[in-house]
Design a binder for this molecule. Structure first.
Ligand code: CO
Ligand code: CO
Ligand code: CO
Length: 308
């Protein structure tokens, strides 16, 4: 039902009239110093694509690689415990996995979810006049980059860990309950990159209001000190080809809108009439950061107007 053509979050394969499986895999290198938190983040990140399709993750397989001569098995055990606990919270069973000797430490999971074939939420059905809702604040790329250089203050590290370990489960359940037109999750290509994929797949354009986009507190300061990953710069260079920036948007804000995210939030496109119901459902389910950040316009297709 969904393959590689539309750069969607996960593959969807129909098994019967009322059942489809959703499959995805993701693994990452360490981004925080605490191995348990890293495991939890990698696990939340790995199943995010299943939530972004409106599906329910059910099983997962661990993917582990580490330099066996250098890394203590005890540290790997803590990572796996973090992943196990996070997926237990999600109601997902880890039913196997594979470990290899690898020069870099990597951890992630291959995950399978289920969904009714008519309930699949793709990134290809955003409609003009839809509103865009983002469910987590941006900034984890810059913050993680700063952690590697010992330049991220500890209070910002803990804010980012809270954001990255939060499952997209509650946000996805709210979205499915209300019914929306399109969804994707914000990961490596940053907000504008993933929005662009949605716009191209849906053959529409968008307007984003920069001041409405939630950011992790303190991240603009980091970016102002030039603490952000090369990927943010690469994403920004690509975003420049389809974005029209209002002149008042600061360079730091432009980078933040392109900052590659780990375990980022859902970006949801829905008709205005459904907004109140969605926000109410999000609040009831404990989604803390959901915000309306823009709207869909009919054209130019694939392009983003970034307003203050
Ligand atoms: Co995704
Ligand atoms: Co992914
Ligand atoms: Co094997």
């Amino acid at each position: 039902m969904v393959g590689i053509e539309t750069a969607d979050d996960a593959g969807v394969f129909q098994l019967s009239e009322d059942l489809a499986i959703v499959q995805t895999l993701d693994f990452i290198t360490p981004i925080v110093d605490d191995p348990y938190a890293f495991g939890a983040i990698a696990a939340a990140n790995s199943i995010s694509d299943i939530y972004a399709m409106g599906a329910t993750p059910v099983t997962a397989l661990n993917i582990v690689g580490y330099p066996t001569a250098e890394v203590e098995p005890d540290l790997v055990a803590k990572i796996l415990q973090g992943g196990y606990d996070k997926l237990t919270e999600a109601g997902v069973a880890i039913i196997g996995g594979h470990t290899v000797d690898n020069p870099a430490l990597i951890y992630g999971l291959a995950a399978t979810g289920i969904v009714h074939p008519e309930k699949v939420v793709t990134n290809a059905k955003a409609k003009p006049k839809d509103l865009l809702v983002l469910t987590k604040p941006l900034g984890t790329g810059a913050i993680n980059h700063g952690i590697k250089q010992d330049k991220t203050p500890p209070e910002i590290v803990s804010r980012a860990i809270e954001v990255m370990t939060t499952l997209n489960k509650a946000a996805a359940e709210a979205m499915v309950e209300v019914g929306v037109n399109a969804c994707t999750d914000v990961t490596g290509f940053g907000l504008l990159g993933h929005l662009h994929e949605m716009l191209v797949a849906s053959k529409v354009g968008a307007k984003i209001f920069a001041s409405k986009v939630p950011l992790i507190e303190g991240v603009l300061d980091l970016i102002g000190q030039r603490i952000f990953p090369g990927g943010a710069r690469t994403n920004k260079r690509f975003a420049d080809t389809f974005s029209h920036w209002h002149e008042s948007i600061s360079e730091a804000m432009r980078i933040a809108l392109c900052d590659p995210q780990t375990s980022g939030g859902l970006l949801i496109s829905l008709p205005e009439q459904k907004l109140d119901a969605l926000m109410e459902a999000m609040e009831t389910k404990g989604v803390k950061w959901a915000a309306v950040i823009g709207e869909i316009v009919s054209e130019p297709v694939g392009e983003v107007l970034v307003e203050p």
